[in-house]
Ligand binder design. Structure first.
Ligand code: HEC
Ligand code: HEC
Length: 482
């Protein structure tokens, strides 16, 4: 018995010294047992279609250790030429892994040619390839492309391997993920792909509604949605009005192929047509996932629309008669029973002309696709202790929200420990992503306390975000109970 205790103690000491050794130099804040990335419980409609939708290849199954390595790589500025840009610079967790800028700034100050894309549910983009123009066939191929891009990160694969090999924290991570410490660009691409494939959450109000509905969610009202949101859902599903579901398909709205939606008569960027040199695909772009769409502004491949209201106005009455405009967005031939099966590829664009009530309902429905687990869970957060990819975080040494969980009638207090004085903002969002509260504060070095008036009228989760100036520097989830 005593011997057993000694053995356990000894192995604990070995484990601890291994952990501190690994944390020397560049500081990583990783859990001693990896987070769960591989054993995800999927809703039944996903499970039933898994073989058809899943793009996880047999030679790169997601493991907790592989995705952990991917997480570190994703947040590591060593992957860019001037050590200032990581994947997360343009795919920021708090914005559902997109960028709030219309075009993102790369390592050399140059701008990307398109708007950054959300990464949620990339695992289930089976029929379509990656990027707005579908030019990367698999995630494993895709993940090495931004690293080598002259605009985004600017490394050659040889430099990439040398950079990663030189960082001592990678050896144990590679051993855990792949069985040996050898660094190759293939392994880097595989680990990054595993991390991105793990980004699945099913907690949006729309999803919860679908999970608890008996029958077809397209036609029955969802009990957890308001009348306005259900009206928006009906329009979204209505083949003769919105027909949004024809392209933004399945209950997680994963991208399905590419389509021309008539944004312009002549496109400045021809998307899929230009990438594959096929003129009848000019103006086609990947159909984006709408999960967390409130957080992924601006919208479209070129970020031309700042708000969802502008997107809905476009679909309502501004679709242009581009020769490649998809049949789903054209007028329906008289006598057509199912417009989805009998599209007219020569008809003029549909002019839906939503009423103001309908426009508000569609936007309200799009907001029900918000899932703050993806945007706040530690599994997908920055693992570096000194947030190297986020220098503006440095003046904030720590913050907490009290009490958490919060009782509905209690006052919320936010404590912020700052290393220096600076203007900070506190924003509180509802679980659907609606801004409920915002106030600016001037922080002093040391501890600062802020009280937030009681605005938590419904139980559930809220998001508390801190900004420095206008830049978000951190977010936490707050649970409100009765
Ligand atoms: C400088 C900004 C920037 C950086 C850095 C960056 N990306 Fe991107 N990412 C973009 C933009 C912009 C697009 C869309 C580009 C296009 O379609 O041509 C994109 C698209 C993607 C897509 C396609 C998603 C889809 O649904 O098709 C994936 C996956 C992705 N990036 C992963 C990564 C990874 C992994 C890294 C780090 C190795 C990374 N990105 C670094 C800006 C960036
Ligand atoms: C014919 C297929 C099709 C139909 C029908 C369709 N969409 Fe889209 N949607 C797309 C494509 C493709 C894009 C990206 C286009 C681009 O960037 O050029 C897009 C983009 C969007 C975006 C921007 C997302 C982002 O992250 O940038 C939103 C929001 C959206 N659609 C909502 C809707 C709504 C609401 C409807 C119904 C009124 C609808 N869509 C109908 C194919 C379609």
């Amino acid at each position: 018995m005593r011997l057993k205790a000694i053995v356990i103690l000894a192995s604990l000491i070995v484990l601890c010294s291994f952990m501190t050794q690994r944390l020397q130099g560049d500081c990583l804040n990783l859990p001693s047992t990896p987070y769960n990335y591989s054993n995800i419980i999927f809703p039944s409609d996903i499970v039933n279609n898994l073989s058809e939708m899943d793009n996880m290849p047999a030679n790169n199954r997601t493991t907790d250790e592989g995705a952990t390595l991917g997480r570190v790589l994703f947040y590591d500025v060593e992957l860019s030429k001037n050590r200032k840009i990581s994947c997360a610079s343009c795919h920021q967790q708090q914005f559902a892994f997109t960028d709030t800028a219309r075009f993102s700034v790369g390592f050399d100050g140059q701008l990307t040619h398109r708007n950054s894309m959300s990464l949620a549910h990339a695992r289930f983009q089976k029929d379509s390839a990656f990027f707005w123009d579908n030019r990367a066939r698999t995630l494993e191929i895709q993940t090495l492309m931004p690293i080598q891009s002259n605009v985004e990160m600017g490394l050659t694969l040889d430099t990439l391997v040398a950079r990663v090999t030189a960082k001592s924290y990678y050896a144990p991570l590679f051993r855990a993920a792949f069985g040996s410490t050898t660094v190759t660009s293939l392994r880097i691409s595989q680990a990054l792909a595993q991390f991105i494939r793990s980004m699945n959450t099913f907690g949006s109000r729309y999803r919860i509604g679908v999970n608890t509905t008996n029958g077809n969610p397209s036609i029955v009202p969802l009990v957890n949605l308001t009348a306005e949101e259900n009206l928006g859902k009906d329009l979204f599903m209505d083949e003769r009005r919105g027909n949004c579901q024809a392209c933004h398909t399945r209950n997680i709205f994963v991208p399905q192929g590419s389509k021309n939606i008539g944004l312009d008569l002549v496109y400045a960027d021809n998307g899929v047509g230009a990438a594959f040199n096929i003129s009848r695909k000019n103006g086609e772009f990947s159909v984006p996932s709408l999960i967390n769409v409130v957080m992924t502004a601006p919208y479209m491949h070129d970020g031309r629309y700042k708000t969802l209201e502008q997107v809905v106005n476009f679909y309502s009455d501004s679709i242009k008669p581009h020769p490649n405009l998809d049949g789903f967005l054209r007028e329906i031939l008289p006598g057509t029973i199912d417009p989805n099966n009998n599209t007219c590829d020569t008809c003029p664009p549909r002019i839906i002309r939503y009423t103001e009530t309908e426009k508000r309902a569609l936007v309200a429905f799009l907001r029900t696709m918000t899932d703050t687990l993806l945007t706040t869970d530690a599994r997908w957060s920055d693992p570096f202790c000194t947030p190297s990819s986020n220098p503006q975080l440095e003046p904030i040494l720590g913050w907490g929200i009290y009490p958490s969980p919060l009782k509905r009638e209690a006052t919320l207090t936010i404590k912020l420990i700052a290393g220096q004085s600076f203007p900070a903002g506190i924003s509180i969002y509802s679980s659907e992503g609606r801004l409920l509260f915002h106030r600016n504060y001037s922080m002093r070095a040391g501890s600062n306390f802020m009280s937030v008036p009681n605005l938590f009228h419904t139980t559930g989760t809220y998001l508390v975000q801190v900004t420095r100036g206008s830049k978000p520097v951190g977010a936490k989830q707050l649970l409100v109970i009765d």
